[in-house]
Design a protein around this ligand. Structure first.
Ligand code: ATP
Ligand code: MG
Length: 397
C-alpha cells in the first residue's frame, strides 16, 4: 500500500484512540484499487473540526463551516472532513449550512458516483454500501442513488461523470447516461469556473478522444461556453493528448474557432496566466506554420517553460514534433535569454552616442538577439559591434 495511505491509516488510529472514528474516502480509495497515482488523500471523521485540531500539532482550518481541516502529518497533508450530508439542498435559504451526521455510511450517501463512495477503515477493510468495487471492476460510472435526482441536486456531477469517463476510461451506466442526456441543460446553473476545472480534466484525460464526441451526443457541449455556439468544434479532436487549459485554447483557436483566444479566456473565465500562455503558444504555432525555419527563434521566445506545452499543441495539431529534441534544441541555442547576450543596451548607446534614447533601443536589441539565436552572427562583443556599426540611422530610429 502506498506510504501516504499508510500514514493516513495512522491518523485514523490516532482519532480512534481518542474515541472517534475515521476513514479514508473518495478518490484515494478508488485510485488505490485502480493502482493509480492518487493526488490527495481525504479522510472523513466523526469528530468535529475542533476535536481534530486538538489531536494534531500542525492543523490549518480550511473550511470549518464545512467541517474541513488540513492536517500535516509526517510531512504529508491530509484533508479531514467531519461526516456530513450534502449542504443546503433541502434548504436553499441556508445554502452554506452543513448537516453533520454520525456515521460513515450517511457520509458516503452524499457522494457522486459509486466508485467515489467507498471508504477504508484503519484495518484496511472497504466499506462499500453502493457496490463501488463491482463498478470499478466493470469500469462503470454509476451515480449513487437516483441519477436524475443527484444531477438535479448538483448539475456539476454530470460534467464530473464525463471527466471521470475520460480520465479513468470508464463507460457510463445506462441510467446515469440517460439522466445526463435528459438534464444536461441544468449545467447552466453552475459557475463557469467549476465547469472549467472538470472540462480541463476531461480534455487532458486518457480517453478524451472518445469522451469529447460523447459530450456532443449526450448534450453536454450545448451547455458549456464556446461549444454552445459552435457545436461542431468539439468533434475536432486533438491528435494527441493536451495537458492544460492554455493548450486547449491554443488548439481550438488554431483549428478555426469563430472565437479568438481572448473570447476563450473571458467566456471560460480563465486566469491571466492561462491567457498569457495561450497567447504565447498560439503565436508560436502560427509562426511555425508560416516558416518552420524560425523554430529556434520560436523556442527561444517560449523560454523553456512553455516548450513542453508547445510540443503538446504541435502534436495535437498533427505536426509530429519530438518534445525531447525540442528541449535539446533549446538547450543548445547560442543564448537562452537576453541577459546572456554579449552586447547590451549600453553598448548600443556607445556606438550610437549621438542618438537620443527611445524605442529603437529595444527594437535593436531584439534584432541582435534574433540574429544570435538563429546563428546568423556569433554571440561575441566585437562581431556584434562590427555588425551594428553597419546599421544606418533610419534603421535605428
Ligand atoms: P481527483 O483524483 O481528480 O481529485 P476525486 O474523486 O478525489 O478525484 P474530488 O473532486 O477531489 O475528486 O472530490 C473528492 C470526493 O468528494 C469525491 O471522490 C466524491 O466522493 C466527493 N465529491 C466531490 N465532488 C462531489 C460532488 N459534486 N457531488 C458529490 N460528491 C462529490
Ligand atoms: Mg481529490
Amino acid at each position: 500500500m502506498n506510504p501516504k495511505i499508510n500514514k493516513a491509516l495512522e491518523i485514523i488510529k490516532i482519532i480512534e484512540e481518542a474515541g472517534g472514528s475515521a476513514h479514508v474516502v473518495g478518490g484515494a480509495v478508488r485510485d488505490t484499487f485502480l493502482k493509480r497515482q492518487t493526488k490527495d488523500i481525504d479522510l472523513a471523521t466523526s469528530f468535529k473540526p475542533d476535536q481534530v485540531m486538538k489531536l494534531f500539532n500542525k492543523v490549518i482550518p480550511l473550511g470549518i463551516e464545512h467541517g474541513t481541516v488540513l492536517v500535516r502529518y509526517k510531512s504529508e497533508s491530509y484533508e479531514i472532513t467531519t461526516y456530513r450530508t450534502e449542504e443546503g439542498y433541502e434548504d436553499y435559504r441556508h445554502p452554506d449550512q452543513v448537516q453533520f451526521v454520525r456515521s460513515i455510511n450517511e457520509d458516503l450517501a452524499r457522494r457522486d458516483f459509486t466508485i467515489n463512495a467507498m471508504a477504508l477503515n484503519s484495518r484496511q477493510k472497504v466499506i462499500d454500501p453502493y457496490k463501488g468495487m463491482e463498478d470499478l471492476n466493470h469500469q462503470v460510472l454509476r451515480a449513487v442513488g437516483h441519477p436524475e435526482e443527484r444531477f438535479k441536486e448538483d448539475p456539476l456531477r454530470m460534467m464530473r461523470a464525463l471527466r471521470f469517463a475520460s480520465e479513468l476510461q470508464f463507460t457510463l451506466e445506462q441510467n446515469t447516461y440517460s439522466a445526463i442526456q435528459k438534464q444536461a441543460h441544468l449545467l447552466k446553473q453552475i459557475s463557469v469556473e467549476r465547469i472549467a476545472v472538470e472540462f480541463e480534466k476531461l480534455c487532458t484525460g486518457r480517453d478524451y478522444n472518445r469522451v469529447l464526441p460523447l459530450c456532443f451526443t449526450i448534450g453536454i457541449s450545448n451547455n458549456i461556453p464556446i461549444f454552445q455556439d459552435e457545436p461542431q468544434l468539439i468533434k475536432i479532436l486533438p491528435q494527441s493528448r493536451l495537458t492544460s487549459f492554455a493548450e486547449i485554447v491554443a488548439f481550438y483557436c488554431e483549428k478555426g474557432s469563430i472565437y479568438k483566444e481572448d473570447d476563450w479566456i473571458k467566456k471560460w473565465k480563465q486566469s491571466n496566466k492561462v491567457k498569457r500562455e495561450s497567447i504565447m503558444l498560439l503565436k508560436a504555432v502560427r509562426r511555425f506554420r508560416e516558416n518552420d525555419r524560425e523554430l529556434n527563434w520560436i523556442l527561444y521566445n517560449l523560454s523553456g517553460s512553455l516548450i513542453v506545452k508547445f510540443s503538446n499543441v504541435m502534436n495535437a495539431l498533427n505536426y509530429k514534433v519530438n518534445q525531447q529534441s525540442l528541449e535539446k534544441t533549446y538547450e543548445q541555442l547560442p543564448i537562452q535569454s537576453r541577459k546572456k547576450l554579449a552586447f547590451q543596451a549600453n553598448d548600443l548607446l556607445l556606438v550610437f552616442h549621438d542618438q537620443r534614447k527611445g524605442a529603437w533601443i529595444g527594437r535593436s536589441i531584439k534584432r541582435i538577439e534574433r540574429a544570435v539565436v538563429l546563428g546568423e552572427i556569433p554571440n561575441e562583443y566585437q562581431a556584434i559591434k562590427e555588425w551594428v556599426k553597419t546599421w544606418k540611422p533610419p534603421e535605428i530610429v
